[in-house]
Write a protein that binds this ligand. Sequence first.
Ligand code: SF4
Length: 667
Amino acid sequence: MDLHFGDSKPTDEERAAVDALLGPPDSAWEGSDDRTDTDLRWAKGGHTARGRRDQLLPGLHALNDRVGWISEGGLDYLCRRLTVPPAEAYGVATFYSMFSLKPRPRTVVRVCTDIACAGPSADLCTSLESRLGPADTPVEGGAVWERSPCLGLCERAPAALVIRAGTDADAVAAAADAAGSAGSAGSAGSAGSAGSAGSAPPETAVERPAVAAESGAYAVVAPATPHALVEAARDPGAAAAEPAPVGAVPQAGGPGRDRLALLHRVGRVDPASLDDYRAFDGYAALRRAFTLGPAGVIREVTDSGLLGRGGAAFPTGRKWQATAAQPDHPHYLVCNADESEPGTFKDRVLMEGDPYALIEAMTIAGYATGAHRGYLYLRGEYPRARRRIEHALAAARTRGLLGPDVLGQGYAFDIEVRRGAGAYICGEETAIFNSVEGYRGEPRSKPPFPVEKGLFGKPTVVNNVETLVNVLPVLTMGAEAYAATGTGASTGPKLFCVSGSVSRPGLYELPFGATLGELLRLAGQPDPERLRAVLLGGAAGGFVRPDELDIPLTFEGTREAGTTLGSGVVLALDDSVPLPRVLLRIAEFFRDESCGQCVPCRVGTVRQEEALTRLLDRRNGEAADTAADVALLREVGAAMRDASICGLGQTAWNAVESAIDRLGAYA
Ligand code: SF4
């Protein structure tokens, strides 16, 4: 593809997709074939031109969703509309795995082959090869299948996501969601329904042109079978409805359900009904926030001891205070909903099962930190979460819970959803800023920290979904009662994504302080004789041994044990799982996902993968060669940890190191 404006023209379909997002062009200067002399004297410059750069990612989505790939003519047209150099737009488009800049069929079947799905998906891929042909090769009927990193559906492995481009997309998506929503209310025995009096309009009635322009047809097939995938590849609309989100919460049917602070509404309320949400304590926390005032809210959050749940465990109250105190304005709030750590799916379940909780929590965070605009950066592979959130946002606006005067308190706040496009690194807080602003999702050097200069160069507070949702019990219970849960250094409840060799995989909520063994027993621990290892914290975390199940699941407890809670992943591996193959998969993942801007990570992740490949191939080889490769891994790992810009490079060697040191891999 040329990196300058070429002669290629957009098709009518591409032009329509971009115009549906941006509106019709003000002048034929913006990409028309027949410009007049008047048009040639018309131009936008300076701030007006730069001000729409943040529409680049939504524009790329619009093209990709409509046509299935991004052509030179389509990209050129988008660039002219946004005054973005094509070379830069090309660099952005190629950054994301969900976009294609080469022609491809409209239907793409993505099969997860990551850690939790690796075992079951091996047979699935073999079967697909025999039925549909090799991966990445178009098949008859206009589809292609490909291997994918984690899709965040680990409790239903093996998982697949079918995406079909086109304009009939919304009908398929809405039909699938309506079925899922009905299942949710029914299975939970909810008193409410989508048709509750005074509830929000049905999702299909939400009219937001920008959303329609971005829509694609999605079918989530999990657990996936070869037959179901072949059928879904022919027609995503014919795929079976996705199970209700409550299916991912094994505790929802248990006696302790009422004691859950974060998951108690999942399966009990209809996620499409604002009235249901309000009937279950919804918006009580926001009302209390308005009573306390911004400083009072920050005091409560600080006193609660709430630590960020994304892995860094930074005190939330301190972060909010630092943002609120910045003299520069406007302030922004960013909710990081781009969970892409292999094995993690907690944010998806929360957004699908209790979307209003996140919206209420974001409103409180915005109020406390002086932000009037929030961005919800949502993982691109979460179609149902997006529909549920978009619907909830529309309903909240209609009922005055978002907008110029929230709850009549004179506070203006609204939330915009920004969809990621398949880049793990965009879960890094500063990478989100670049992605939203229309640049490659590369992390920025810190300082300056986001609380000083974040999104659009302004003070920004970034929290992930779980952290924000914790603010609700902090305000409804009060800081003191909240802090009484858990341990002194790790307060409150914690969500754990349990998958792998357990009989009841899913999302579990436990107070901090429960042990790893207690959690695994709850999830149906495998035969203790067969348990080989547990991966804590995902690919960026570390392995522990079966004789270490008394590790307390707290920030301090895992730190003392020389491991990490990370994002809350708990992946059990029994003796049927080939550990060297798992380690190689982790290395492949980091090599793929490194943004490449700093050498230790860009080169180190490749060297790590090469060494692990040699170790796998040479299982019965020379001991001296094995020792040399292990030494090389240590050297490369130390360089990545010490000299990488961001957490990806700094943690890319963690799991491999723990496998060598704790599990005795390659000994
Ligand atoms: S550590 Fe890796 S992912 Fe992070 S900025 Fe450097 S190259 Fe990019």
